[in-house]
Design a protein around this ligand. Structure first.
Ligand code: SF4
Length: 203
């Protein structure tokens, strides 16, 4: 299935979807969607840094709840997470998307998947083509082989997958995989936008 057909599948699941070529197109799309003075928050994501989205949000005339602002204490970061539920726009990525138009994620604290599912008025998910898989089984396999180990490494967690590069279904206190969510459809039509990107970004 090509990306354009997958975009139609998502749109039919009440999640409008577009196919964009690269990070410049993504930035232009978000500029058009998110008007000045909006309240914006983001989920934890390597893609957002790689595509220049965090820098862009910091430079715009927005009320940006910046979870990555230097010097935030853990308590202040928690406050940002709570404020994020009232944002006009929430931007994040996903760990995998299936050909049935499902969005699959694992999460440690749950703030990211919770905000995707409820709260912010609009959600923009920036998903590179490499995250497209056939079905839920392949999505879980992708998470076990790629997304979770690499994210555990990025977050400097003490989990076995950081060493092995593959999920060991650990019972580590640092375990990243506390929540697994599948978003299949939106009751609030057009709330989640799925932006499929040909350029590689994230894990
Ligand atoms: S369950 Fe543990 S070993 Fe498996 S991916 Fe998650 S953190 Fe890594």
């Amino acid at each position: 299935m090509d990306l354009q057909t997958l975009a139609t599948v998502f749109t039919n699941n009440h999640m409008p979807s577009v196919v964009l070529k690269n990070k410049e197109d993504v930035l232009a799309y978000l500029r058009e969607q998110i008007v000045d003075e909006s309240t914006v928050a983001v989920g934890g994501s390597t893609t957002l840094f790689q595509f220049g989205i965090i820098d862009e949000l910091r430079s715009r005339n927005l009320n940006f709840y910046d979870r990555y602002a230097p010097g935030l204490t853990p308590a202040q970061i928690q406050e940002v997470f709570h404020h994020s539920f009232n944002a006009d726009a929430y931007i994040a990525s996903a760990n995998a998307v299936t050909l049935k138009g499902e969005i699959v994620n694992i999460d440690r604290t749950g703030n990211r998947v919770a905000a995707m599912m409820y709260g912010p008025k609009k959600v923009y998910l920036i998903v590179s083509a490499s995250k497209v898989v056939k079905d839920l089984d392949e999505a879980r396999e992708r998470i076990r082989r790629v997304a979770a180990p690499k994210n555990a490494q990025r977050l400097n967690l003490k989990t076995p997958c950081v060493q092995t590069g593959y999920c060991m279904d650990c019972e580590s206190p640092d375990r990243l995989c506390a929540f697994e969510t599948v978003i299949k459809r939106q009751a609030i039509k057009d709330r989640i936008h799925v932006i499929l990107v040909e350029e590689q970004g994230g894990f």
